[in-house]
Structure formats: structure tokens, C-alpha cells
Design a protein around this ligand. Structure first.
Ligand code: ADP
Length: 433
């Protein structure tokens, strides 16, 4: 059954370690129609489904989902139940875009998923054990749900694939780089790329003339330096452990500590891995939580370790902004985004304290009262301080649409001409939807 072109949809799937986010867009305009997530708590088979969309009161209910594959089924059923999708044909889906965290050195741009790509994503799982396997499971579940649908993998690492060598190579024995592939990859690229584009829109400037510092502060945190549209430095490295202090990860630390705790305290590799990924950062220092809101609340009540954790967190962000600005030779704008960056006015105040020297002057009132997307700098500030809601799903939908528009002949030419008509209408980035 053929579906009218105006009904074509782009589906985006973002499979994380404990959640599966999804979003449905109109294929032609990338207008958001519905979004939701399936989120697991602990090891239970029970998950929470959330769905919101146009003309729909927010849905929230418990569901049974034993795996990411079953999460995809739950998401599809919810979209059908609320009439965002039809029950039957795969042809209503123009393309499915997936966020894949690690593309290694193989994938420097988005690719259509085929057998070779699946194998490579599976092999890269050793570098992103919490993220690549769920993405693969979601890809396979989509193939079962919509046989033959075009799937495009959009990689978090791809945006940073052309970092300069001095940012890529660690000062370790060179053979570790040349023979073992130990190098900086950088992560959160989809978010950094979106924020850079969006910053240029907000500033009514061409991205190619801007020097930007993007601060993505969520559960994971990274700062990047974007020079004339190209990332030239980023704080995450070989793995997403590097750089800033995070919810439960430490960011950069003296590597000698890792040697010492093994020698003096007998920690095994597995214990170290667990401590670095799950017991450090805000949680480790505060002893309260990895959740920024909970640590802020404890700090307000006088908890000194929570206060210390917030000070370290802000210091690290401030240092990273300073380093990125110096790498850029000056800064036209910095961007705060993701859960903490978008929502914590107190963190933003602390993070830019003293950055007048870089021409960054925060307007205290705007900072406390504004919602994204907007400018928080004083009118007279030489550099702008932007608050932007990151839109990774939108970015993936655009990438997937662009891939199909560019490769439609490869997909079967006239057979898919209805898809091509829709996807080639306008492949330029849209304004905020
Ligand atoms: P993820 O990396 O999982 O996508 P998010 O971008 O959703 O993470 O960010 C999650 C973080 O944002 C959590 O630490 C959470 O506490 C924090 N956060 C969310 N809302 C607020 C808020 N209103 N104030 C401060 N922090 C917040």
C-alpha cells in the first residue's frame, strides 16, 4: 500500500543505556509531531513510557519491555494508538535516523545502515559498551517492525572527525596512537553541531565567521571550541570519561591516581571501571546523587560536600570555557545547553564568574528569568552568552532526510520517487521547530 506523500514520516530513535528516546517528524518539513521515551529503572522488565505530541495530553504509563527491541515495539504501538502512525505499511516511514554514539575512525558522516555498518557498530561496542549495543538492538528491531525501511546511522563522534592532530593525539608513546588507535574522538557531536548552527541563527550571523564555545552540560558533559563552523577542540576524549566533571564520572584526573589505587588499595580493572563510570563526579564528591537538582537542593540546605561538588563542577566548566576561548583566539559567543546548562541559572552564574576578561558579561536578571532559546548577556557585553535547548532528535531527522535526498537514486530511483519528492523539497536546516 502506498501512502500519500504528505503523510510521510521520519522516525528518530536514540537508544541509551537505560532509555530509548524516539521522535516522529513530518518528513518534508522536519516539524515535530510526537516524541517520547521508554525508560527503565534498575534491572526491572517494567519501564515507563512517556509520549507527548500535537493535540495530545501527555501520556505516562508503566509498560512491560524486557529489552531495547521490545522498547521499539512499545514506542511503535504508542504512536499507532495515538494515530501518529498507521498500523500497517512501512512505506509511511521515509527514513529512520538512529543516534549511534561511537563511529570510531570509520564513520566521518552519516551512513545508511547495511550489514557492513552493523558489523562495524558491533565491533565498536568495546569503546562504547553502554551505547552501541542498544543502538544496534534498536536498528534490528526497526528492521523487523518496518521491513526494508531505509535506516541512517548518525554518529556522535562524526562531528569531531576532523579535529586537528594536536587535539587528536595524546602525549603518550606515539605507537599507542599509530598502532592501537588511542586518540581523542570527542562525543555529543550531534548536540554541539546543532547548537553551533542555532547560535548562528540567533545571532543573525554566518556560522563561518563565528568563534563559539559550546557547553553541553547534561548527565554527560563536554565543552567544544568551534572556529568558523569547524570544531577544533573538545573536552571528551578517547572515551566519554574525559574532560569536565559529570553526574557520576570524574572527567580529567591525574592518571597517576589510577596507578596508585591499583597498587596501594588493590582495586581491580572492573572496580576502577565502576568507580570511574558510576561512583565519581557529583555523586562521588557529594555522596548525595548524580542528579544536579538533588545536589543543588542539598547544597542549599547546608550540605558541605554538596557545596564542594558544585564548586568543583563550576570551576571545571569555567576552566574549559577559558581554554576553548584561548584556543579560538577570542570568543564571539558561548552556549549553555542540555539539562544542567539549560536549567541551572546558579551554575551559569558560577561558570562565567571572572570571564569578563574574555568579554563575557552575564545579565543577572535575564539569566534568572529567561527560557531557551535566547541571549543572556548584558546588552553592552562584547561576547554573547546564549541559552539554547539542544535538539539532537531534530538534528538526526535532518541528517537522515538529507542522506535520503542525496542518495535517492541509489535507493531505487523512480520506485521511491514519492520519498524523493518529499525529502528534496528543502534540505537546508530549518528554523527552530
Ligand atoms: P542526558 O545526558 O541524560 O541527556 P540531560 O541533558 O537530560 O541528560 O541532563 C540531566 C541533568 O540535568 C541531570 O543532572 C538533572 O539534574 C539536570 N537538570 C534537569 N533539570 C534541571 C533543573 N531544573 N535545574 C538543574 N538541573 C537540572
Amino acid at each position: 500500500m502506498e501512502v500519500g506523500w504528505c503523510l510521510l514520516r521520519s522516525l528518530v530513535v536514540n537508544a541509551g543505556s537505560s532509555s530509548l528516546k524516539f521522535a516522529l517528524f513530518a518528513a518534508d518539513s522536519c516539524e515535530l509531531l510526537a516524541r517520547g521515551n521508554v525508560e527503565w529503572m534498575g534491572d526491572s522488565d517494567q519501564a515507563q513510557l512517556r509520549l507527548s505530541g500535537q493535540s495530545l495530553a501527555d501520556v505516562k504509563r508503566s509498560v512491560l519491555a524486557r529489552s531495547h527491541a521490545e522498547g521499539v515495539t512499545v514506542a511503535r504501538q504508542a504512536l499507532v494508538e495515538h494515530s501518529f502512525l498507521q498500523a500497517g505499511p512501512a512505506s509511511q516511514i521515509a527514513v529512520v535516523g538512529h543516534r549511534v554514539v561511537h563511529g570510531g575512525t570509520l564513520f566521518q558522516s552519516s551512513v545508511r545502515v547495511d550489514e557492513r555498518v552493523r558489523t562495524a557498530i558491533a565491533e565498536l561496542a568495546t569503546l562504547a559498551p553502554l551505547h552501541n549495543p542498544p543502538a544496534l538492538a534498536a536498528i534490528e528491531a526497526i528492521e523487523s517492525a518496518f521491513p526494508g525501511v531505509t535506516q541512517v546511522a548518525v554518529f556522535d563522534t562524526a562531528y569531531f572527525s576532523n579535529l586537528p592532530p594536536s587535539a587528536v593525539v595524546y602525549p603518550l608513546p606515539y605507537e599507542w596512537f599509530s598502532e592501537w588507535g588511542i586518540r581523542r574522538f570527542g562525543f555529543h557531536g550531534i548536540s554541539h553541531a546543532y547548537c553551533a548552527q542555532r547560535a548562528a541563527e540567533l545571532l543573525h550571523r554566518d556560522l563561518s565567521e563565528l568563534r563559539l564555545v559550546i557547553c553541553h552540560l547534561g548527565n554527560g558533559c563536554s565543552v567544544s571550541a568551534i572556529c568558523h563552523g569547524q570544531p577544533i577542540a573538545t573536552t571528551m576524549g578517547f572515551t566519554p570519561l574525559d574532560g569536565l566533571m559529570m553526574g557520576s564520572r570524574p572527567g580529567s584526573i591525574d592518571p597517576g591516581i589510577l596507578l596508585d589505587v591499583q597498587r596501594q588499595h588493590g582495586l581491580s580493572i572492573e572496580q576502577l571501571d565502576h568507580a570511574l563510570n558510576h561512583e565519581s563526579g557529583l555523586l562521588g564528591v557529594s555522596g548525595v546523587s548524580s542528579d544536579f537538582r538533588a545536589v543543588e537542593a542539598a547544597a542549599r540546605q547546608g550540605n558541605e560536600r554538596a557545596q564542594l561538588a558544585l564548586s568543583i563542577y563550576a570551576d571545571r566548566v569555567r576552566s574549559a570555557i577559558g581554554a576553548a576561548a584561548v584556543t579560538l583566539g577570542g570568543v564571539d559567543a558561548i552556549v549553555f545547553t542540555a539539562g544542567v546548562g539549560q536549567n541551572s541559572a546558579s551554575l551559569r552564574t558560577a561558570a562565567v564568574k571572572g570571564l569578563d576578561c574574555l568579554g563575557l558579561q552575564l545579565d543577572g536578571v535575564r539569566n534568572e528569568t529567561s527560557d531557551p532559546d535566547c541571549d543572556l548577556a548584558l546588552t553592552e557585553s562584547p561576547g554573547r552568552i546564549l541559552l539554547i535547548e539542544t535538539r539532537e532528535e531534530l538534528m538526526i531527522a535532518r541528517e537522515a532526510r538529507q542522506w535520503v535526498a542525496q542518495h535517492w537514486a541509489f535507493l531505487g530511483g523512480n520506485k521511491c520517487s514519492h520519498i524523493h519528492q518529499v525529502l528534496s523539497l528543502d534540505s537546508s536546516p530549518r528554523s527552530h521547530t
